[in-house]
Ligand binder design. Structure first.
Ligand SMILES: C=C(O[C@@H]1C=C(C(=O)O)C=C[C@H]1O)C(=O)O
Length: 370
């Protein structure tokens, strides 16, 4: 299938108002599309189905599923993207002074609660609305692809729910058979060749790592924690620690234990979740929720480096789940884009700097809009 044909299918599905998702996993050059054949809203209760899930921040709300059994699946290998798109890349501040004041007040409120020991860390966010000149989501998706090779890039649409696009650097959970990998991601600075991380960022990221380890411990047979490294996400850098091991419980238990992690919610989890739901000035909806492939059967070849050449002929079918945290994302409504941005607040946070961090994060999406 040609690149043109693939995107024509997506544009047509959008035109006739049927649900779909098109996406590319980090560092790969394959775009997949799941095109639902009807406009029903399917939900996943226990993450046992096969398909693509789109789940909100508030886990009391439904997880939407595009089921494989009611969809057509298309795969596009080595698409010609970079030669097809131009990225406008004009920086532009679009926040209002009211929005700035509201965010600074919100961060100050959190700092008071941290001082009183109500919680240790909370992630606070806001929504910024901008007008689009390019309103075709498929074009915006291609611009995201061309710019963010290390991200999970997607465009998700359901006529009864809405249209979301994003390029997220954060994996919630990857599972192949019973092997899993996840990551602790936190701390932000603008890209530089030789980054230096301050105590605020390393401590904030360590809180996330410790939470993930503690939450997974009862559900795993083995667990290993990698070194903490710098991850580039477009013009930003974050601290990341990879965590992997073998699961001994079902997927829904693990996802429930992890989501929402303190990378997007806070510590302790329930108290900060309530603080967010009560005090943020808007509804997060699917921002900081999770999304991705659920229980997809893939044909895994044996490791070609193995000595026993005869065995190389064997394939095994494995069930694969790849879930990402919905960050650096936007929701499109007609000619507007709603950008969602936030950051972690700890005792050392400065409200003005925290606001600036959300402005910098919004540039990830603005790069493909203006
Ligand atoms: C909340 C966001 O990002 C999260 C918060 C970070 C931070 O506080 O430094 C860094 C990466 C993400 O875990 C966002 O991008 O909106």
């Amino acid at each position: 299938m040609s690149t043109d044909d693939f995107f024509k299918v997506a544009e047509n599905q959008f035109k006739v108002a049927l649900p779909f998702v098109i996406y590319r996993t980090p560092y790969t050059n394959t775009i997949k599309g799941i095109f639902q054949e009807n406009d029903l809203v399917y939900n996943s209760q226990h993450l046992e189905e096969s398909g693509f899930v789109f789940s909100p921040f508030n886990s009391e709300n439904n997880t939407v599923l595009l089921p494989l059994e009611h969809s057509e699946i298309l795969t596009l290998e080595n698409p010609e993207i970079v030669s097809r798109v131009t990225t406008p890349n004009n920086k532009k501040d679009t926040f209002t002074t009211e929005a700035k004041t509201a965010h600074i007040n919100l961060v100050s409120k959190a700092l008071e609660a941290i001082k009183k020991d109500t919680f240790k860390k909370v992630v606070l966010s806001r929504k910024e609305t901008v007008s689009l000149t390019e309103t075709n989501p498929i074009v915006l998706f291609q611009r995201l692809l061309a710019n963010y090779s290390s991200a999970f890039v997607y465009c998700w649409y359901h006529p009864k729910i809405g249209l979301w696009l994003g390029a997220t650097p954060e994996t919630l959970l990857n599972v192949t058979g019973n092997r899993f990998t996840t990551m602790s991601l936190a701390g932000t600075q603008s890209f530089t060749e030789q980054p230096v991380w301050k105590g605020k960022e390393t401590e904030e990221q360590q809180l996330v790592t410790d939470f993930i380890i503690d939450s997974l411990q009862p559900h795993v047979e083995s667990l290993s924690v990698g070194n903490t490294e710098t991850l580039r996400a477009g013009h930003l850098l974050h601290l990341r620690t990879k965590i992997s091991g073998i699961l001994k419980t079902k997927l829904s238990t693990i996802v429930k234990a992890l989501h929402p992690t303190p990378a997007v919610c806070g510590l302790p989890k329930e108290i900060t979740k309530q603080f967010i739901l009560n005090h943020e000035n808007y509804k997060r909806e699917f921002y900081t929720g999770f999304l991705g492939e659920l229980n997809i059967k893939e044909d895994k070849k044996r490791n070609p480096n193995r000595r026993n050449v005869e065995n190389n002929a064997y394939h095994t079918i494995k069930s694969i789940t790849r879930l990402y945290v919905n960050l650096r994302c936007m929701q499109l409504t007609d000619t507007k884009a709603h950008l969602y941005v936030g950051g972690g607040i700890t005792k050392d946070s400065n409200p003005e700097h925290e606001f600036q961090e959300t402005v910098t994060k919004a540039e990830t999406m603005k790069k493909v809009i203006f």
